[in-house]
Write a protein that binds this ligand. Structure first.
Ligand code: ATP
Length: 588
C-alpha cells in the first residue's frame, strides 16, 4: 500500500468531526493493507515507530525538519522558516513547499507504508557523529519523491506530531470492522490487546490467523500485560458485601507500579510502568534483585516500587519515589533513595500463563518464589471476614504512611486492562472532600484575565474518559491550585498541542479559548460531584444534566507522566463516586 493512499485517508480523518466516521475511514484504510503491512500501518497511524514499551522515540528537531524541507523543495531555509511562522505547522509548510517546489521530483518513486516506517526507524536509530546529517538525508530522500500531501504527514510523523486523534479503542473497532465486517469482534480484540499491549501485533495476528489466532493469544515474556485496575467503594461493609463475606486485604503502597519480566537463563529483566514504558534502566537495583531474589526460570510479577527507609521502616511519600524516574544520575539516586518492590501479583511462571488462575493460587505461588526478602518483598496482607478486621487493618496502613488498602477477590482471575470489582480500593480521605482524587484529561484552556494574561493560560477545561463511547466528556473548568510556574509551564506545553477546532472524540457544550489534543492527564481534588447542565460527563440526553466538580483544584505537580488520556478516570467511575457520595451522606 502506497503512503500516498494512506495520506489521503489521513486527510479525511483530519476533516471528520465524528468518532463513528473515524472508525469507518480507518477500517476502509485498513482493508487496503496488503499482507505484511497492517503492523506498520497501525504504528504509523498511532504516530509511533513500535509499541510504546519498546521505547523507540521518534521526534526529530524542528530545525532539522526545516533543513530537510528546504533541501527537498529547493527553497531556502529562510523561506521555510517564514512559511512556518505563518502556518504554525511544519507539516503544512512542507506540503506547501513541496507543492511549489523549485526542484523537479528526484524520482516518481512511490513508497509503501513499510518503507516509510523503516526509514523513520532508521532516522530514530542513527546516532553518533554526523548522525544529524544522516537523519536529514533520509528525510530528504523521502520528501524529494513525495506528493505535497505525503509531505504533510511525513513531516508531522517525523516530528512526533501526527496527532490523528485515533485512540486504542478506535483502532480496535476499525480493525474489527475491517477484518470481520462488524464491530462485534472488538471485545475479543481488546482482550488480545490487554495481554500483549501491542496494537500492531493484534492487527497482524488478526490478518494472518483470523479470530482463532486472536482468541488463543497468550502472555509472552517481555511484552507487558495491561494492568488490572481497582474499583472503589466507600466502606469496609460494602467491600465485604461485594466480596461475599471474605477477601484478601493488602496494603496500598503509594509508589510506582512495576511489572517485572524475568528470564533467568538469559539473565534478562525488563521493568514496565503502569503506562507500559520500559523503566528497567531507572531501577537497576530492582532489575538485579529480580535475578537473585526470585526463584523461577522465568516469571512476570507485579508490585509497587516505593522509596522505603530500612532503618526506620518508614514508607516515603510518592514525591520521593517519583524522583527515581530519571535518565541521569540513576546510580546516585538509587543510593540516596533506595526503593523496595512490594510484589502483589504473579501473571506468568515457568512458561505458564497465570492470568486465568484464581488470585489465591497466584498469591501462593508468588509467596513460594520470593525468597530473598532484601529488595523484593511480598505485599503485606490479611484475610478478612469482618468489616472490623478490615477497618483495623486500614487504620494501621494509614498510620504507617500508606495510602489505604486494596481488597482482592480470592477467586478472581487477573483481569488485564480492566477496572473490575475483583480489586477494590479504599483510600484515606478527609472530611468535606471526595474520597478519591480524579485523573482528568486536559481538553482545552483559557487565556486568562487580569494578572493571568501574562502567562497565556488562566485555567483549564478538563474531562474524563467515557470508555463505552470512546470519547472524552467535560467535567470541570480548573482555575485553582496552580503556582505561577505551573501556569507558565502549562501555557508552554499546551501551546504546542493547540488544535484549530474541537477534536472529534471530545463531547462538549462549552468551548474553551483553545482546544488541545487530549493527551495530558492531571490529578484534581474536589469537594463534591454535582449535576450540571454545562458539562457532558454522564449526560444521557439533551434534557438531562451532566456531572461537574465542586471546588476542583489541581493537586498533581503539572501533568502526570505515567498516564495517557485513556488512563484518566472514567465517566462510569464518576457516576459511581456520585452514587457513593449520596450513600455516605445518608449513612451519617
Ligand atoms: P491510584 O492513583 O489510586 O493509584 P490508579 O488508577 O493508578 O489509581 P487503581 O487501579 O485505582 O490505580 O489502584 C490500584 C493501584 O494501586 C495500582 O495501579 C498500584 O500501582 C497501586 N497499588 C499499591 N499497592 C497495591 C496492592 N497491594 N495491590 C494492587 N495495587 C496496588
Amino acid at each position: 500500500m502506497f503512503f500516498d493512499e494512506v495520506s489521503g485517508y489521513y486527510d479525511r480523518l483530519e476533516n471528520t468531526s465524528s468518532r463513528l466516521s473515524m472508525v469507518d475511514i480507518l477500517s476502509e484504510l485498513m482493508s487496503h493493507a496488503k499482507s505484511g503491512e497492517i503492523r506498520s500501518l497501525i504504528y504509523i497511524t498511532q504516530g509511533m515507530l513500535a509499541p510504546p514499551f519498546e521505547g523507540m522515540q521518534i521526534g526529530i528537531a524542528e530545525k532539522f525538519a526545516e533543513s530537510a524541507i528546504a533541501t527537498a523543495s529547493g527553497f531556502s531555509k529562510e523561506d521555510v522558516v517564514s512559511s512556518f511562522r505563518k502556518t504554525g505547522d511544519l507539516g503544512l509548510t512542507a506540503q506547501e513547499m513541496i507543492r511549489k517546489g523549485k526542484l523537479r521530483p528526484l524520482s516518481k518513486h512511490h513508497f509503501e507504508v513499510n518503507y516509510v516506517l523503516e526509514s523513520m526507524r532508521k532516522i530514530a536509530g542513527t546516532s553518533g557523529t554526523g548522525s544529524q546529517d544522516a537523519k536529514i538525508r533520509i528525510l530528504v530522500e523521502l520528501l524529494a519523491s513525495s506528493t505535497p500531501l505525503e509531505a504533510r504527514y511525513l513531516i508531522r510523523f517525523a516530528l512526533g506530531k501526527l496527532r490523528l486523534g485515533a485512540g486504542d479503542a478506535t483502532i480496535l473497532e476499525a480493525l474489527s470492522k475491517s477484518y470481520t465486517g462488524s464491530r462485534d469482534a472488538k471485545a475479543d480484540l481488546e482482550n488480545a490487546y490487554n495481554i500483549c499491549s501491542d496494537l500492531g501485533k493484534v492487527g497482524e495476528v488478526l490478518s494472518e490467523k483470523g479470530m482463532p489466532g486472536i482468541k488463543s493469544l497468550k502472555v509472552s515474556l517481555f511484552e507487558p500485560i495491561r494492568p488490572a485496575l481497582a474499583e472503589r467503594l466507600p466502606t469496609a461493609e460494602q467491600i465485604l458485601e461485594k466480596m461475599k463475606g471474605k477477601c484478601a486485604v493488602e496494603s496500598k503502597y503509594d509508589g510506582l507500579r512495576a511489572q517485572v519480566h524475568i528470564d533467568r537463563k538469559k539473565g534478562r529483566v525488563h521493568i514496565f510502568s503502569r503506562n507500559l514504558e520500559n523503566l528497567t534502566e531507572m531501577f537497576p537495583d530492582i532489575a538485579k534483585a529480580a535475578l537473585s531474589e526470585v526463584s523461577a526460570s522465568n516469571a512476570i510479577l507485579e508490585g509497587e516500587a516505593i522509596s522505603y527507609d530500612e532503618a526506620t521502616g518508614e514508607f516515603r511519600p510518592f514525591q520521593e519515589t517519583i524522583q527515581r524516574k530519571r535518565k541521569h544520575g540513576v546510580e546516585e539516586k538509587s543510593q540516596e533513595m533506595p526503593v523496595h518492590l512490594f510484589a502483589f501479583d504473579l501473571m506468568y511462571y515457568d512458561e505458564e500463563d497465570y492470568l486465568g488462575k484464581p488470585y489465591e493460587e497466584r498469591r501462593k505461588k508468588l509467596e513460594s518464589i520470593i525468597k530473598g526478602n532484601e529488595l523484593i518483598r511480598l505485599s503485606d496482607r490479611i484475610i478478612a471476614t469482618t468489616p472490623k478486621q478490615m477497618d483495623k487493618y486500614f487504620e494501621e496502613a494509614v498510620e504507617n504512611g500508606l495510602e489505604g488498602i486494596v481488597a482482592k477477590d480470592l477467586n478472581a482471575p487477573y483481569v488485564a486492562g480492566a477496572r473490575k470489582f475483583s480489586w477494590i480500593k479504599l483510600k484515606r480521605s478527609y472530611k468535606g472532600e471526595l474520597s478519591d482524587t480524579i485523573d482528568m484529561v486536559i481538553l482545552g484552556y483559557y487565556r486568562g484575565k487580569g494578572q493571568r494574561t501574562e502567562f497565556g493560560m488562566g485555567g483549564l477545561l478538563a474531562g474524563v474518559y467515557n470508555e463505552k463511547k470512546d470519547v472524552f466528556e467535560t467535567l470541570s473548568k480548573i482555575g485553582t491550585g496552580f503556582s505561577e510556574k505551573q501556569m507558565q509551564d502549562f501555557s508552554d506545553l499546551l501551546k504546542r498541542s493547540r488544535l484549530a477546532r474541537k477534536p472529534p472524540r471530545v463531547e462538549a457544550i462549552i468551548a474553551p479559548d483553545f482546544w488541545v489534543e487530549p493527551e495530558y492527564v492531571i490529578t484534581v481534588k474536589a469537594d463534591e460531584i454535582t449535576r450540571s447542565p454545562m458539562h457532558t460527563c454522564g449526560k444521557e440526553g439533551p434534557e438531562e444534566p451532566g456531572y461537574a466538580l465542586r471546588f476542583p483544584r489541581l493537586v498533581s505537580d503539572g501533568v502526570r507522566k505515567d498516564k495517557k488520556a485513556e488512563d484518566a478516570t472514567t465517566t462510569k467511575e464518576i457516576l459511581e463516586m456520585f452514587g457513593q457520595q449520596k450513600k455516605v451522606k445518608v449513612d451519617h
